[in-house]
Design a protein around this ligand. Structure first.
Ligand code: NAD
Length: 499
């Protein structure tokens, strides 16, 4: 069986802890590799070496650093197929989805090519007699990225791109469920010209995360994952004096007004609810039709579309809509939540519980589920399911529908489908959620905007990528300077004044 490594000082390095996690092929259920889980000592050694490498990298001019990013973009495009194959094999998502995962990360690297412009400071000429004032953005030193399983290319790229372009060294601790792609990204960055030691990929679990949290060298942590872990990392990281931003879970509502284009809404819900098996933080997991007529029409349109979904392994080609979920435990948890929905009185309109894929009986496939008449006290409504399960909560009015999105503890993304500009505008202004779609189901902002939720979907002040990332990964220093002037009013130089 393949034994994966860490990436330290530009080399693959075997783990020494003796502890490993299994890495599955979710389509077959087989263990295809094992990944080492680092100890605190291994983490600390990698951090020290990153700190040494950062000194020169931080002093390298921003344009040279940007050129590394430029070359990195070319290499990501060159190896797109290879990366997508490795990603799908460990994660389970389809090849087009895997390419989307890489592409959305690559676009942030493209944005980082603008580092010289983004890192420019501000300047005030003659703030007082002979006084100038200017500010500069300096790297923090060594920073860490801790990333989840569901976007094993995109989120590591969102972390490394801005952190490295700003002149930091980064310790990346990817998910132990699908660690191969982050290691491949590290190899590509080396080929693009990144000096050894500036990016270290340390595989591990809670032990290495705790070592990151307690490290005296690491200055900042960018985390993405589930909310309980986000809260833990935010609390302990901040208590240790670090700059921390943590992005957590979601329960994204899509409101369907009576005047919406119902076919468009149904198509959008199927893509956003079941794509990537629902394992997206921007997946729509709650549909809120306004009025019973709207709800009945929507369900009528949804059912045949959902029943047509093709679930299968990534190797089965382009007509597969979604693949398996990531682990047997994830599958078990999703099915037990579905069971709780039935027990608590929701109507299971599309029942995927007995889904079985011939030839892949050991794979972690979950059939699509659709619930109607879901209420806010049910577990399927309150919890993030992170599977192919869509819940319908019927609202009597727009205000009631808006209230559902507002009152839920998560606030990552939300959408409204309507033909009425006034309603759409009101929704965008009032809803307490970070990313809003208007007739767009998964409103993921592009690289030059920023990405982040509200409420329990994010902890910390700044968002991911876009200009916020350059603020997060730098410190501002402001300099006030005064030079004694030797120029007299008439323009004659006064050498005496300079003595
Ligand atoms: P997770 O919280 O289980 O793991 C995330 C990272 O934290 C991994 O690197 C993991 O090794 C580490 N970790 C796990 N348990 C830990 C613990 N007890 N102590 C310290 N570290 C720990 O999340 P996941 O299952 O990999 O990812 C899915 C979650 O991520 C979902 O909740 C999803 O909504 C969320 N997510 C959020 C965003 C966003 O931008 N808001 C984006 C993608 C995913």
């Amino acid at each position: 069986m393949q034994e994966l490594t860490h990436w330290i000082d530009g080399k693959h390095v075997k783990g020494t802890s003796g502890r490993f996690a299994d890495v599955f092929n979710p389509a077959t259920g087989e263990v295809q590799a094992r990944v080492p889980l680092a100890t605190k000592a291994e983490l600390d050694a990698a951090v020290d070496s990153a700190a040494a490498a950062q000194v020169k990298w931080g002093a390298t001019n921003p344009q040279r650093r940007a050129r590394v990013m430029m070359k990195f973009v070319d290499l990501l495009n060159r190896d797109m197929n290879k990366l997508a194959e490795a990603l799908s094999r460990e994660h389970g998502k389809t090849i087009p989805d895997a390419k989307g995962d890489i592409q959305r990360g690559l676009e942030v690297i493209e944005f980082c090519i603008g580092a010289p412009h983004l890192l420019k400071g501000e300047f005030t000429d003659s703030a007082g007699p002979g006084i100038d004032m200017y500010s500069m953005r300096q790297p923090l030193g060594v920073v860490a990225g801790i990333t989840p399983f569901n976007f094993p290319a995109m989120i590591p790229l969102w972390k490394m791109g801005p952190a490295l372009a700003c002149g930091n060294a980064m310790i990346l601790k990817p998910s132990e469920r699908d660690p191969s792609v982050p290691l491949m990204l590290a190899e590509l960055l080396q080929e693009a010209g990144l000096p050894d030691g500036v990016l270290q990929v340390i595989n591990g679990d809670k032990e290495s995360v705790d070592a990151i949290l307690d490290s005296e060298v690491i200055q900042a942590i960018g985390f993405v994952g589930s909310t309980p872990v986000a809260q833990y990392i935010y609390g302990r990281g901040c208590a240790n004096g670090k700059r921390v931003q943590c992005f957590g879970g979601a329960k994204n509502h899509m409101i369907i007004m009576p005047d919406a284009d119902m076919d468009q809404a149904a198509d959008a819900l199927v893509g956003a609810g079941y794509g990537a098996a629902g394992e997206r933080c921007m997946a729509v997991s709650v549909a809120v039709p306004v009025g019973d007529q709207t709800a009945d029409k929507l369900i009528e349109k949804l059912v045949p579309r959902i029943e047509k979904l093709k679930v299968g392994p990534y190797t089965a080609g382009n007509d597969v809509d979604y693949g398996p979920v990531v682990t047997a435990q994830a599958k078990e948890r999703i099915l037990s939540l579905v069971e709780s929905g039935v027990q608590q009185g929701a109507t299971l309109v599309v029942d995927g519980r007995n889904f079985n894929l011939q030839g892949y009986e050991e794979g972690f496939f979950v059939g699509p589920h659709l619930f109607d008449h879901v209420t806010t006290d049910m577990d399927i409504y309150r919890q993030e399911i992170f599977g192919p399960v869509l819940s319908t909560v019927r609202a009597k009015s727009y205000e009631e529908a808006l209230g559902y999105a507002m009152d839920h503890e998560y606030g990552n993304g939300t959408a409204i489908f309507t033909r009425d500009g006034d309603t759409a505008r009101d929704f965008a202004n009032r809803v307490n959620v970070g990313m809003i779609g208007i007739n767009v189901p998964i409103p993921v902002p592009l690289a030059y905007h920023t990405f982040g939720g509200w409420k329990k979907s994010a902890f910390g002040d700044l968002n991911q990528h876009g200009p916020d990332a350059f603020r997060f990964y730098t410190r501002t220093k402001t300099i006030t300077s005064r030079w004694p002037s030797g120029i007299k009013e008439g323009g004659e130089f006064n050498f005496k004044a300079m003595e």
